[in-house]
Write a protein that binds this ligand. Structure first.
Ligand code: DGJ
Length: 330
């Protein structure tokens, strides 16, 4: 009897330890190395996010030092809780598709799921080493985690396009956000029915910003972006509008300007509509230009009230994706 009791207590302890290992505390630690299920630093820089059949898929620039210097890579990770990430694969390992030379650029990949065609469509900023080409690259896949097949590149709405962002509205409509330097602003444009091209301009926002990100929250649209200082951080800003087509308010700082957005640059505003609360997460990159693979992530829940948005100082925080609730550390 005693043996049985000790044995079952041991089993319970083992199960508890295993569940702690697999469920883990749902803690996000901004700025710290974020490891995937293999124990490697997540390579999803300048990334985008897709919620597909109850699982989150995080796509981004894979800057692993072991990558071939001739190719550009996009990695994909999946998670149920937005904290623990499983490496799926390098969904794109592309060789200079438009003969742009050894320093060609593929940045800020975003993936959209097209319900009508069943295809997954990847957009990325495609450029030559001097950022003069200013086009988007489009690749497709039948599976969310690739491999993606390069289709073509183009300038959306015939405009120069550098940093891109993605936005999927509550009605499922998909939009590409792209920065266009000659116009000194950025566009929010609706994708075509098959998502393979950009159909029409929805908004042009006259503000020379990049890292554009949009979220629809509490009946208002919020757009956030950074100023153009290369890899160096700057005070990111936001504006609001009652509709995606505007009119947009003046831009305001998302954090005290002297913090330079705590060293981060906007890449996405991710809305978690939980059973108890809707939370918007600021997804930012803390770039390390000399070692891009070691760039970090600053994810924090935003404080949004009365049309004002505020990025709190980074600290560890917990997230419950089911309820949408968050708890900030000290
Ligand atoms: C800022 C952009 O947001 C990044 O994606 C990258 O293009 C750097 N500039 C390059 O300097």
């Amino acid at each position: 009897m005693r043996k049985l009791l000790v044995g079952s207590m041991g089993l319970v302890a083992l199960l508890c330890a295993a569940s702690a290992l697999f469920a883990g505390p749902q803690v996000v630690a901004p700025g710290e190395p974020w490891l995937d299920d293999r124990g490697q630093q997540i390579q999803a820089h300048g990334g985008g996010m897709l919620l597909w059949k109850g699982t989150y898929y995080w796509f981004g620039e894979d800057r692993s030092p072991s990558n071939s210097p001739d190719k550009r890579y996009v990695a994909c990770y999946s998670s149920k809780d937005l904290v623990h990430w499983k490496f799926r694969r390098q969904v794109l390992a592309l060789t200079d598709p438009e003969h742009l030379g050894p320093h060609w650029i593929l940045e800020r990949p975003k993936v959209f799921a097209n319900a009508r065609t069943g295809k997954f469509v990847l957009y990325a900023h495609l450029d030559d080493g001097s950022y003069k080409l200013a086009r988007v690259a489009v690749a497709v896949s039948d599976r969310i985690d690739g491999e993606y097949r390069y289709l073509r590149s183009f300038r959306p709405l015939d405009e120069e396009s550098r940093d891109i962002g993605q936005f999927i509205d509550d009605d499922g409509a998909a939009y590409l956000i792209f920065e266009s330097r000659p116009t000194k602003g950025f566009f929010i444009a609706k994708l075509s029915d098959d998502y393979l091209s950009v159909e029409k301009k929805v908004s042009f926002i006259q503000a020379p910003l990049e890292g554009g990100a949009v979220v629809h929250y509490g009946g208002l649209y919020y757009v956030a972006g950074s100023h153009m200082t290369g890899w160096r951080p700057n005070p990111n800003v936001y504006a609001t509008a009652p509709s995606l087509s505007g009119p947009w308010t003046e831009f305001k700082d998302i954090a005290p300007p002297e913090t330079n957005t705590y060293g981060a640059q906007s890449s996405m505003l991710l809305k978690i509509a939980g059973s108890k609360k809707t939370t918007v997460i600021f997804m930012g990159d803390i770039w390390r230009p000399k070692e891009l693979w070691d760039s970090r992530y600053l994810w924090m829940p935003l404080e949004i009230e009365g049309g004002a948005l505020h990025l709190p100082p980074p600290r560890k925080w917990e997230l419950n994706v089911k309820t949408g609730e968050t708890a900030l550390g000290p």
